[in-house]
Design a protein around this ligand. Structure first.
Ligand SMILES: Nc1ncnc2c1ncn2[C@@H]1O[C@H](COP(=O)(O)OP(=O)(O)OP(=O)(O)O)[C@@H](O)[C@H]1O
Ligand SMILES: [Mg+2]
Length: 143
C-alpha cells in the first residue's frame, strides 16, 4: 500500500506544457506535504560543422536560458511557500531525469505531455515518452 508521497520532481523545459506541469507539481507538493525538486537538462544540439567557439556560444546561451527557467520556477514555488531542490544537468534529458529521480528517491515525476518543439501529430514528446518508459516511480503527464 502506498501511504506517502514525500518527494516530487518536476521536469522543466520552458514550454507552456512544463509550466502547467509545474503548477500541478506545486499543488501536489502542498497537498501531500512533500518536498519539490525542479530539474532542467541542457540538451545540446549536435552541430556537425560547428567550430569550438560556436559550440561554446550555444552552450553558454542554453545555460543561461536554463538558469532562467529554474529561477522562475523556484520563485513561483517559493511564492506558494515551498523550498525547492534545484537540479541542472547537461546531456540527454531522459537519462538525467530518470537518474535524478532514482538518486534523489523521488516518489513521483511530473512533466508536460509536450515541450518546446510541440509537434502536434504526436501524443507525447520524446522526452515524456522516454521518461515514462524508464522511470522507476510513477510519472504524471500533464496535457
Ligand atoms: N531539457 C529538458 N529538461 C527537463 N525537462 C524536459 C526537457 N525537455 C523536455 N522536458 C519535459 O518533457 C516534457 C515533454 O517535452 P518533450 O521534449 O518530450 O516534447 P517536445 O519538445 O514537444 O518533443 P521533442 O523534444 O520530442 O521533439 C516537457 O513539458 C518537460 O516537462
Ligand atoms: Mg522537447
Amino acid at each position: 500500500m502506498i501511504n506517502m508521497i514525500s518527494k516530487i520532481l518536476v521536469a522543466l523545459d520552458g514550454s507552456t506544457h512544463s509550466k502547467k506541469a509545474l503548477d500541478y507539481a506545486i499543488f501536489l507538493t502542498k497537498a501531500c506535504k512533500a518536498s519539490l525538486g525542479i530539474i532542467h537538462v541542457i540538451h545540446l544540439p549536435t552541430i556537425s560543422s560547428a567550430d569550438p567557439q560556436t559550440v561554446d556560444k550555444v552552450t553558454h546561451l542554453l545555460e543561461s536560458a536554463g538558469n532562467k527557467i529554474l529561477t522562475k520556477a523556484e520563485e513561483e514555488a517559493e511564492a506558494s511557500g515551498l523550498k525547492v531542490d534545484r537540479i541542472r544537468e547537461v546531456g540527454y534529458p531522459v537519462n538525467h531525469i530518470v537518474k535524478a529521480s532514482n538518486k534523489g528517491r523521488y516518489d513521483l515525476i511530473v512533466m508536460g505531455s509536450r515541450g518546446m518543439s510541440g509537434i502536434k501529430e504526436f501524443l507525447l514528446g520524446s522526452i515524456s515518452h522516454g521518461v515514462s518508459q524508464h522511470a522507476k516511480c510513477p510519472v504524471l503527464i500533464v496535457h
